[in-house]
Design a protein around this ligand. Structure first.
Ligand code: URA
Length: 357
């Protein structure tokens, strides 16, 4: 391998690395043979100069194969997952995974922690007392087979290169890069043993992609990566200018999830609308619906008749969470310190900046 400083200089100057150089560099970093400061400099060079399609593809491959690629072929049925590029108040995974599983499609979900200003599904799940996200791959497989849904964090075996790079990007202002986001999401998702994937690509001032053009480019990049690796991949672009629903923060988002799954949607109609749209795609790709329209009908029915809620409660129970806290989520909320912010005069809220929230 060339010296890291020479590789960094090449990327800084817009000269491509060949796939072998890129692979060796990323693997050396994952092993601990390249220090954080040099990888940080390279990430910033990528952020500023981008990567060629060949480099981006090499990056996905090295991250994907930096650890175990799970084989779930012995678990019956198609396995479908969803990933969001991150937003504020984005609690969709909490509703979606049990909902889709309650309709008969397996959901093996490997989620992340907060990144930059966006919240992480793992942190939200762990705000349920006792809920365990650090389950190993054996448990991941067996729970998927038994319950149809499992929600865990990235294990040490799954895409360790992403795990390390993700944490470094978070603290080096290098998150908002299309090739880095695409490689991060797609490497860990493809390592998880999925048959199909739906992407929720957020666009707007609370998202990493601020414009529809950039969001579309990211979506297309990820769909191409998935398709090339034999994972049916589809993407929806959804608005992230204001927080999703009525809450942002770990437990408040769990509480809102509980209300939505119990049919007490109130004003969180956007949460339900996006959940149903993503579920419809997953049910079609999972082979239980012939079209997205039929998938949407099935998803709405499972929300309305309580199947999705029952699956959520079982999921919490099986992963060690205290289901008593789900009964009245406001009790736990009331135990937290709070400040009430009152407007100086009465009026109507017309806009909330997701990033500021
Ligand atoms: N989610 C991820 O998993 N990785 C990113 O880089 C951005 C969002």
């Amino acid at each position: 391998m060339l010296a890291p400083a020479a590789l960094i200089a090449r990327t800084r100057d817009g000269l491509p690395l060949d796939s072998g150089e890129l692979r060796d560099f990323v693997l050396a970093y994952t092993r601990g043979d390249v220090p954080d400061y040099q990888m940080s400099a390279w990430l910033m060079a990528v952020y500023l100069r981008g990567l060629t399609p060949d480099e981006a593809s090499a990056l996905v491959d090295v991250m994907l194969h930096s650890g175990t690629v799970v084989d779930l072929s012995d678990v019956a049925g198609r396995k479908v997952d969803k990933h969001s590029t991150g937003g504020v108040g984005d609690k969709i995974s909490l509703l979606l995974a049990p909902l889709v599983a309650s309709c008969g499609v397996g959901v093996p979900m490997i989620s992340g922690r907060g990144l930059g200003h966006t919240g992480g599904t793992l942190d939200k799940l762990e705000s349920i007392p006792g809920f365990m996200t650090g389950l190993g791959l054996d448990r991941y497989r067996s729970q998927l087979a038994d319950l149809g849904v499992v929600m865990i964090g990235q294990t040490a075996e799954i895409a360790p290169a992403d795990r390390k790079l993700y944490a470094l990007r978070d603290v080096t202002a290098t998150v908002e890069s299309i090739p880095l986001i695409a490689a991060s999401i797609m490497s860990k998702k493809m390592a998880a043993g999925l048959d199909a994937l739906v992407l929720d690509v957020k666009v707007g001032r609370g998202a990493f992609m601020k414009t529809p053009e950039r969001a579309r480019e990211l979506a297309q990049t990820m769909v191409q990566i998935g398709t090339r690796h034999g994972v049916e991949t589809t993407a929806l672009l959804t608005r992230m200018d204001e927080p999703l629903g009525r809450t942002a923060g770990n437990w408040p988002e769990v509480a809102e999830t509980i209300r939505c799954l119990r049919g007490e949607t109130g004003e969180a109609e956007d949460v339900v609308e996006i959940t149903v749209a993503l579920a419809a795609e997953m049910l079609r790709m999972g082979g239980v619906a012939d079209s997205v329209e039929q998938g949407a009908e099935q998803a709405r029915a499972a929300l309305a008749d309580g199947r999705a809620w029952d699956k959520f409660v079982r999921l919490v129970e099986v992963q060690g969470g205290d289901v008593r806290t789900l009964e009245d989520p406001d009790v736990r909320q009331a135990e937290s310190p709070s400040i009430v912010v009152e407007a100086e005069r009465s009026g109507v809220v017309t806009d909330i900046d997701a990033r500021k929230i």
